[in-house]
Design a protein around this ligand. Sequence first.
Ligand code: CU
Length: 320
Amino acid sequence: MRSSIARLTLAVFTLAAFLPAFGANWHATVGAQDQTKGRQVVAFLPNELWIHQGDSIEWTVKADEIHTITFLTAGQIRPPFQVGCPGFSFGAVIFDGSTCVSTTPMVSGQTFTVTFTSLGNFKFACLVHPDMTGVVHVLDGSVPLPHDQTFYDTQAASQANELLSDLAQLQGHHHAASAHGVVVGAGKTLATAGGHNTISLMRFMQPELLIHAGTTVEWTNDDPSMPHTITFGTEPLDPFPPSGNVSVDPDGALHATISSISDSVHSGFVMSAPQDQICAPQTPLGPTRFRVTFTNPGAYPYICALHDNLGMKGMIVVLP
Ligand SMILES: [Cu+2]
């Protein structure tokens, strides 16, 4: 009897040695938005967590702007979000720093769980948004952790509220550059000790503009890192390049002419140049201005092809 209990105990002990340690499950969130979806917090909330080796973190997305949760390996070149890191992970995965993991672009309600099996400090990022990063500190089980889940829940909620009220302020202060100007989104990049956060207004600040035929309207993107498009008519399959009927003015601004409500014109990505990094090649200027000359009266609706799902739409009314 005694020897069979001993054998059973040994068998259980041996089995346990081959299973991953049963760790705690932590929770964090991705993104936040207001009811109109126009104010987007582009951030991991919180963006810094301390956990034990063997613990896991479940992230829940809280916004309709798309985000990925991505752990690249040290020094890995940042890939475009469409290809993953390359490839995608779903549901629940293990990350030990040796192989990257990335979700597909996710929206409100979707979750992703990562179990951390190696000690270390691991940066994570959203591959869609360059200024959206965080860090997970994975410590040995014998080291006390600085915070509990309640702390992170409170921190995530207060950071979301603070950033949403920053966005309300930003929206309140934004005016047209001129009578014929439309500001295409605005935003700010912020930081915590854990990484970068962005807040972005996904709105044309003057959604309806009244002009006379022959006038040129100019759209300017004031957001430091969020691309937008100005799209009349049929939406192109690839939103990145401008349509063939867009030319470049001597000052680098993009320019098109619209003479009929059946015309299709697409600006391509209108955005500022990414930030420079010391000892890396400087980044090329981005097209931040888009101009359209309207030759005939009519009502011309347009969208941002990237953010129309968030309500980013506008209208130019051309009088004789
Ligand atoms: Cu947009």
